[in-house]
Design a protein around this ligand. Structure first.
Ligand code: GRF
Length: 189
């Protein structure tokens, strides 16, 4: 299946999806990496790997126009499913509806806890014993769709938001390709 990935920055989760896709038995192929930030480091990495890239800044453009350009690039590349990987922009209801059930996201918390930003600082402030990450279907509700898989990380007494983020990120890199592989297999054409 043809996968498109949307990023805004570093793109380490995108890279983990790309690296996993090189296994012979992998059921998906990354055909496009698109970013709303033309200078996203992840975009340069994808280019260097020989993956088609698309950069579209939303600046000075109505959101529907911006999104229809992204949509057109995805469709031209033959994309069948979209992975959000650190894509820091809310997709409109209209975009989500056009790709219903075909967009997944990775979020750095054990959803339904801590939707939105600053997840690690919030988990620490609450005195939680565990933190983690979730892969979920994207719906109109922010970080709210069906959860496809999660990984848990034990919180240590000396953790800061940064040390916790690092450990959770390592789990993200394992979780995302694993969940993607299972999910995309059962996705209808
Ligand atoms: C990750 O922590 C991801 O869970 C969140 O944003 C971060 C993106 O990091 N949605 P990267 O760009 O994949 O390195």
């Amino acid at each position: 299946k043809k996968l498109g990935i949307l990023i805004s920055g570093r793109g380490s989760n995108m890279a983990s999806l790309v690296e996993a896709s090189r296994a012979a038995e992998c059921p998906y192929e990354v055909v496009l990496v698109a970013s709303d930030q033309p200078d996203a480091p992840g975009l340069a990495w994808a280019e260097a790997q020989g993956i088609a890239t698309f950069a579209q800044s939303p600046r000075g453009m109505p959101k529907p126009e911006y999104e229809s350009r992204i949509d057109a690039a995805l469709r031209e590349a033959g994309v069948e499913a979209i992975a959000l990987a650190g894509y820091m922009r809310l997709l409109s209801d209209d975009f989500v509806a056009r790709w219903r059930g075909r967009i997944v996201n990775i979020h750095p918390s054990l959803l339904p806890k801590y939707k939105g930003l600053d997840t690690h600082a919030r988990a620490l402030a609450m005195g939680d014993a565990d933190a983690g990450c979730s892969v979920h279907i994207v719906t109109e509700e922010l970080d709210g769709g069906e959860i496809l898989g999660q990984a848990t990380v034990r919180i240590e007494a000396r953790d800061t938001a940064e040390t916790l983020a690092e450990r959770v990120l390592r789990e993200e890199h394992r979780l995302y390709p694993r969940v993607m592989t299972e999910w995309i297999k059962q996705l209808p054409r």
